[in-house]
Write a protein that binds this ligand. Structure first.
Ligand code: ADP
Ligand code: TRP
Length: 318
């Protein structure tokens, strides 16, 4: 079985974009891969500056992983900070990378465009991510489209290191589900934790209804013909309303449905879809989640440290 690794930053509640862009694939893929799923809490530090909050969010993501169906018997579920090899290898990569190269990263350019005060962690972010992946010789990296460039940078890094020090790292490949590559938020932009435009994956019925009611639409009336491909509600129906999608499409095209009704159907279908996961999540204790991370951390550490020893030897550190 091919080795697979992916991760999610602990930085807020998961939303349906995270689910369709990442978690759903994680669950499917664990059956056919030697899978490693990480909580990228070192990456979180670039934005989260509150220990209590980060600790709580880490446990929360572990519960989310288990609730959506990741199975610790099939996958190694661990947290990045339990394995110091990640930070050490990232440093070594930083010494092989130039500033102009990192300046091309989308995430950095976005922060710069927003005039944010950018910490060096944000700038070096792709190097830590390269370390996450390469330490485990992962060949497959399932991520949303926004992370594709980071995986390409990881390949570049592996090639660079191999060229300088000899063959050590394998070249990973991003795996992107094209259909749902970008889930739109309620404002039509990419759904994102920090954008205030999310539908929470484990929200209450009320929270879901409220967010759905806020989805932006044009001003067409109930009986106007509507282009389903231009409507955010319809884009979400594609994810949650598979069984009635063609019927909905026809009603859109023929002016037989208003946005209010379409939203009501959507809320109902989202709630139906997520309630089994929500119930499962409620049954998982903090202790259980912590135990899973501890066990996973031990397994991940063994592999990571072996690889790091080779790197230390090649680079002359030992
Ligand atoms: P966010 O953008 O909300 O901060 P992260 O950057 O932590 O989310 O992303 C976690 C995973 O979820 C990544 O694999 C990312 O590509 C995926 N993802 C996030 N938002 C979306 C979206 N709107 N559509 C598809 N995938 C997404
Ligand atoms: N950068 C990823 C994100 O923001 C999270 C991440 C960190 C990751 N390390 C990784 C994803 C390694 C895949 C593999 O979503």
């Amino acid at each position: 079985m091919k080795r697979l690794l992916s991760g999610i930053r602990a930085s807020g509640s998961l939303h349906i974009g995270n689910y369709f862009g990442a978690l759903k694939q994680f669950v499917d893929l664990q059956n056919e891969h030697d899978a490693f799923y990480m909580i990228a809490n070192l990456h979180s530090l670039t934005t989260v500056k509150n220990g209590e909050k980060l600790r709580a969010m880490t446990i929360s993501i572990a519960k989310d992983y288990l609730a959506v169906g990741l199975d610790p018997k099939k996958s190694v579920i661990f947290k990045q900070s339990d394995i110091s090899a990640h930070a050490e290898l990232a440093w070594i990569f930083e010494t092989l990378t130039t500033m102009p190269y990192l300046m091309r990263a989308h995430a950095f350019k976005d922060s710069e465009a927003k005039n944010k005060e950018i910490n060096v962690g944000v700038f070096n972010y792709p190097m830590l991510m390269a370390a996450d992946i390469l330490l485990y010789d992962a060949l497959v990296v399932p991520v949303g489209k926004d992370q594709q460039q980071h995986v390409e940078m990881t390949r570049d890094m592996a090639q660079k290191f191999n060229k300088v020090y000899g063959q050590v790292f394998k070249l990973p490949q991003a795996l992107i589900l094209e259909d749902v590559a970008v889930v739109p938020g309620i404002d039509g932009n990419k759904m994102g934790k920090s954008e205030g435009n999310t539908i929470p994956l484990f929200g209450s019925d009320e929270e879901i209804k409220e967010q759905v009611s806020k989805i932006v639409t044009d001003s067409k009336g109930v009986n106007d013909k509507k282009d389903p491909e231009k409507d955010i509600i319809f884009a979400l129906h594609k994810l949650f309303s598979q069984n009635e999608l063609e019927d909905m499409r026809a009603r859109y095209l023929n002016g037989l449905i208003g946005y209010k009704e379409s939203k009501d159907i959507l809320s109902e279908n989202i709630i139906k879809y997520i309630s089994p996961m929500r119930e499962k999540r409620e049954s998982i204790s903090d202790e259980k989640a912590l135990q899973v991370l501890e066990d996973g951390g031990k397994r991940a550490k063994e592999i990571a440290e072996k690889k790091l020893m080779i790197v230390r030897e090649k680079t002359g550190l030992i």
